[in-house]
Design a protein around this ligand. Structure first.
Ligand code: CA2
Length: 146
């Protein structure tokens, strides 16, 4: 199984500010934790973070072209308004799980809606950086036909 862990704007700043909302781990910490888990399970992970909407669109298209099995996607603030990212997810057959570190549904009204979630297979929100691992486990369970 090959999965892409895709992160949007400002997630490269994780662990550097606002630990009360987003925790103390850096994105590199999150990625190396996932890599260790995947190594033991014959799962190949690729990681990509960008602050640019178009770069994220290109990466989503590429996932389809190279035949990945799934994308774990934290679109950051693009979650709430990027129709381009929604259309990119809708344009591929690769399943996408949207994840958020914070519980977007209990935050400011402008964060409570995701324009991308309706074209994803599911959303995980509010479990801190563990959300990435929960999404990973969800893909493993799907792979087993659960
Ligand atoms: O909860 C999440 O994972 C978010 O996707 C994080 C985004 C936010 O815009 C979404 O509404 C919810 C923010 C990305 C990280 O922003 C930082 C801000 C300060 C310090 C570190 C990261």
């Amino acid at each position: 199984m090959k999965l892409l862990i895709l992160n949007g704007p400002n997630l490269n700043r994780l662990g550097k500010r606002e630990p009360g909302i987003y925790g103390a781990e850096t994105l590199a910490d999150v990625e190396s934790k996932l890599d260790k888990i995947a190594l033991a399970q014959d799962v190949e992970l690729a990681f990509y973070q960008s602050n640019w909407e178009g770069a994220l669109v290109d990466k989503i298209h590429e996932a389809e072209d190279i035949g990945l099995d799934g994308i774990i996607f934290n679109p950051g603030a693009f979650t709430h308004y990027s129709i381009a990212l929604r259309d990119a997810v809708a344009s591929i057959t690769v399943p996408v799980i949207e994840i958020h570190i914070s519980n977007i549904h209990s935050r400011e009204p402008f964060r409570q809606n995701s324009v991308i979630a309706p074209v994803c297979i599911g959303q995980i929100s509010g479990f801190g950086t563990d959300g990435y691992e929960l999404a990973y486990q969800a893909f493993l369970l799907r792979g087993k036909g659960v």
